[in-house]
Design a protein around this ligand. Structure first.
Ligand code: TXA
Ligand code: MG
Length: 347
């Protein structure tokens, strides 16, 4: 199957993509978080193709994407006041809400779970396509399972070439990490996966917001099945270095000095010069900045791109700085820890 990339789509092309989706083909869709691998969310056979294209474990449920909050009505049996409040406040945006599913939603979408995950992306072109499709679009991140999520159409092409029919190219995703996934009860919100909407933002509108215990205690089974897998992983052996700033830089300088293998040091703009100087004599060290420590959103934006770059460079070892887990830092550290297979060096 040839994979066609469509940029600046005409109305006709959007209709063609909507029709392909309705008819069970796979189309990669841009969103504000990461690119999705879209299929008709009411068609189990179409969703089967997602699992095959990604090599995704079959118990890992899919998020259904909708163009507006009205569209969820046939898909759920109830919408609590809290759920409605979250949709009114954060949609369109990077918040995925799980609600009790109606019979219309195939078990294939939820991996047999009683709740369906729903999301309305803050991306005009994506919503225009969802509107035209007229069916909810199931879309996991469009990476091969376990690899860093794609934030450009080229990333999707790299992983999905010849596996899917079309990629709708809308440039780089503005946020760069996935949506926050929450389970909503009458008066409580549980965060199953940290993402683009922070805990503090949720607390502004709901009084009780908790992290799923699996996000606090690694031995508990997570409520979002996808959270149990090693994920976002580059090919290199990756480790996170955690501690105060001067101990971390001392440790990383030591690694730079002693390494004789192709090694990447993932740092921030503010520290890059220091490590560039430390590695100036060594061609096997790549110093890559994830963004500015003063602007954690920039780190979220660059994160997956840099992990993919390490693969392109053929890096064997990665040592990454760690980040404050407040705000979007929670999502950044969640992705980094998973990419590193939870190997953290405390210095
Ligand atoms: O930003 C995003 O959410 C992106 C874009 C494409 O929208 N999508 C995405 O999908 O990240 P995926 O499949 O890569 O991650 C979905 C996560 C997984 O951890 C999955 O286990 C969880 O959401 N999930 C999906 N349905 C669920 C459900 N019914 N109950 C609990 N967790 C669910
Ligand atoms: Mg994913």
């Amino acid at each position: 199957m040839d994979t066609q990339i469509i940029t600046n789509p005409s109305d006709q092309e959007l209709d063609m993509l909507a029709c392909a989706l309705r008819n069970g083909e796979l189309v990669s869709i841009p969103t504000e978080t990461v690119y999705g691998l879209g299929a008709n969310g009411l068609d189990p056979e179409a969703m089967d193709k997602i699992y095959i294209a990604k090599g995704r474990p079959s118990d890992n449920p899919l998020i259904l994407h909708v163009p507006n909050s009205e569209s969820i009505k046939p898909l759920v049996t109830e919408v609590s006041n809290t759920a409605q409040l979250l949709m009114d406040t954060f949609w369109p945006g990077p918040l995925t809400i799980t609600l009790p599913k109606s019979d219309l939603v195939p078990d294939r979408a939820t991996g047999g779970l009683p709740r369906v995950a729903l999301r309305c992306p803050d991306h005009e072109l994506c919503r225009a396509l969802l509107e035209r499709a007229g069916v909810p679009i199931a879309a996991p991140s469009a990476n091969i399972s376990g690899r860093p999520s794609p934030t450009t159409a080229q990333d999707v092409y790299h992983d999905m070439k010849d596996r899917i029919s079309y990629i709708l190219d809308a440039g780089s995703c503005t946020i760069g990490v996935e949506s926050t996934v929450v389970e909503v009860h009458d008066d409580k919100v549980i965060i199953l996966r940290p993402g683009g909407i922070t805990k503090a933002q949720l607390e502004d509108v709901v009084s009780t917001v908790e992290y799923d215990t699996a996000l606090v205690n690694a031995t508990t089974k997570p409520k979002a099945p996808g959270m149990k897998y090693k994920h976002y992983a580059p090919k290199a052996d990756m480790k996170l270095v955690r501690g105060n700033e001067s101990d971390v830089s001392k440790y990383l300088k030591g690694q730079i000095k002693n390494s004789d293998r192709l090694t990447a040091v993932l740092t921030v703009d503010e520290h890059k010069d220091m490590f560039d100087t430390a590695s100036s004599e060594k061609s096997n060290i790549k110093v890559l900045s994830l963004g500015s420590s003063k602007n954690p959103e920039s780190i979220a934006y660059n994160l997956f791109d840099i992990l993919r770059k390490c693969d392109e460079l053929g890096v064997e070892y990665i040592f990454s700085e760690s980040f404050d887990e407040r705000g979007i830092g929670k999502a950044i550290m969640n992705r980094l820890k998973k990419a590193a297979g939870f190997e953290i060096i405390d210095v």
